[in-house]
Design a protein around this ligand. Sequence first.
Ligand SMILES: [Zn+2]
Length: 189
Amino acid sequence: MTSAVLGDLRTLVLNADMQPLSWAPLSVLSWQDAFVAVMQERVIQLKTYEDVLVHSATRSHEVPAVVALKNYHKRRRVAFTRYHLFLRDEFRCQYCGNQFHAKDLTFDHVIPRSRNGASCWTNIVASCPADNLRKGNLTLEQSGMRLLRAPFEPTPHQLDAIARRSMSIREDLHRTWSDFLYWDSELEP
Ligand SMILES: [Zn+2]
């Protein structure tokens, strides 16, 4: 294993309930930070990378692949960010219902800013540029447009569920983590 590859390794961080501390984005540390946390006994090492060792002056150490917090970390409110908002709406325009890449999505104030509409979870939705333009400075009533659903402030749990659904198609997750990411996945009907 070359040092360049070693340098890129990340460590999955689980809460004390063995669920990822966060799914959106996935909670990871650089292996170096995780290694220090293990040494200081701040986290529990659950799994190490196979065939990867780092050498100190006196001995060699395994590199943590998955660690867990010792104490349950209670999660706070979801930060009001661009990514979280798109994720809440599942990258779907809330007017036409089509899905887009993040770069092709924009925001729409349901009550327009020109009418003192606030920039908050309950007044902003993901929108395609065409629908955003179509709605312009009109209210829903004036525009005759309808929302797929009323915008809401998501809980960490709700956002996790959405992120987890979309995670299965991502390829940048290390296979060492898969047991910890998927064993509790909700079963599809
Ligand atoms: Zn649209």
